[in-house]
Design a binder for this molecule. Structure first.
Ligand SMILES: *Cc1c(COP(=O)(O)O)cnc(C)c1O
Length: 392
């Protein structure tokens, strides 16, 4: 018999139907938070799923809710097996470590790849691997030509042969098309190194919805895929690795070794299942909103983008617009909107219409002020000064 969440709380608010006051605050905050899609918070449905989860020790005996999530994800991705882990970083690093055996070896990836730039240098520590970071010639995504040009063959003692090709989709919100992934896969299968293929698919759901291709067709081209079940979903924690059964069985050793064995993760798996069920059908709508705002910012306000808006991200070229990054963040905060300095705006399904409208008004005010000589630079200095005072 499921326990209703309301019975666990002291008061219930009829208006927003979120009974916990700190969660209510977090929900309101996320409705105008464009920093990332990691800011989504649990909905009442997600909370209810959590309290009705199973509470077995996953290491001693396995947990039924974890097993349910793993089989759901394996099925969705068209793979034999899946494994739950805490984070996307853990999913990527366990996958890469599982593919690699004895150094010297190297991993080929985009020069902006999360595995290379944003994971604490883990590849060199955990896998003793060298990276070959590649700048895509089309400035958007790696192609089979980029890969072929940068592969390090086996057999020459000066070089660490490429043993893994690691791709990322989406990357800064842009898509690596299915047809390109298939060409790279064909190339890899015919290469004498027999490189494994890993996909950092933290936002793969976004990519396949936007491209209109199937998740299983996409995952078909990879030996392992990491998928985030937290970003944009409202689950508090979690990523999945999918692959064949021997790979996942081996990966379990590394999960334990890297401190990722969890005692009672059933609640987290329950949150993941409920959050995915709620969030996946909303992806197309969220992307549509991002597209509309992107059109407003470019066509109406005349701003330029650093990369095209293909999924849930708008990346503004602030430098071209003469908007100092600090002023961007500061001004939008005055409009009640949270952003990071760099001009990246990430949409998720918990953004409200008021949040979108405040964002548009805030950016418009910046575009108007940027026409007044020195105004924003002066403001930038003032903010730098005030912020340096509050730091001391
Ligand atoms: C968010 C993200 C990850 C993993 O992030 P964690 O914070 O470790 O969960 C990995 N790759 C990409 C492309 C990401 O966007």
């Amino acid at each position: 018999m499921p326990i209703p969440v309301e019975s666990l709380t002291h008061s219930s608010d009829e208006y927003i139907h979120i009974p916990l006051s700190s969660l209510k605050k977090a929900t309101i905050r996320s409705s105008s938070d464009f920093r990332s899609d990691v800011v989504t918070v649990p909905t009442p449905e997600v909370l209810e799923a959590m309290v009705n989860a199973t509470f077995h020790d996953e290491i001693y005996e396995g947990d039924a809710t974890i097993a349910a999530l793993e089989s759901k994800m394996a099925k969705m991705a068209g793979k034999e097996a899946a494994m739950w882990v805490v984070s996307g970083t853990q999913a990527n690093q366990i996958s890469l470590r599982t593919h690699l055996h004895q150094p010297p070896h190297s991993i080929l990836c985009d020069h902006r790849a999360h595995i290379y730039c944003w994971e604490s240098g883990a590849i060199s520590v955990l896998s003793q691997a060298q990276c070959t970071p590649v700048i895509p010639r089309n400035r958007r995504h790696l192609t089979v030509h980029d890969i072929a040009h940068s592969m390090i063959p086996d057999g020459n003692i000066h070089f660490a042969p490429t043993k893994v090709i690691s791709l990322e989709n989406t990357l800064s919100g842009t898509i690596l098309p299915l047809a390109e992934a298939q060409r790279i896969r064909q190339y890899a299968l015919n290469h004498p190194n027999k490189p494994k293929m890993h996909l950092d698919g933290a936002r793969l759901f976004d990519a396949v919805v936007a491209e209109g291709v199937s998740l299983t067709d996409y995952c078909d081209n990879f030996d392992s895929v990491s998928l985030c079940i937290q970003k944009g979903t409202g689950a508090p924690v979690g990523s999945m690795i999918v692959g064949d059964k021997p790979f996942i069985d081996r990966a379990k050793w590394y999960r334990k070794m890297f401190g990722g064995g969890a005692r009672q993760p059933g609640m987290l798996a329950a949150a993941g299942i409920a959050a995915l069920d709620q969030a996946l059908p909303l992806i197309a709508l969220t992307q549509h909103k991002a597209k509309l705002v992107s059109e407003y910012l470019t066509m109406e306000l005349g701003l330029k983008l650093s990369v095209p808006t293909e999924t849930n991200m708008i990346v503004l070229d602030l430098e071209e617009a003469g908007i100092p990054p600090r002023v961007f963040r500061h001004r939008l905060f005055q409009f009640g909107v949270r952003v990071f300095d760099q001009g990246r705006l990430v949409f998720h399904n918990q953004i409200s219409d008021q949040g979108v409208s405040a964002l548009c008004q805030g950016v418009k005010s910046l575009v108007i002020d940027a026409r007044i000589p020195n105004k924003l630079d002066q403001l930038d200095q003032e903010i730098e000064y005030t912020e340096s005072l509050s730091q001391n």
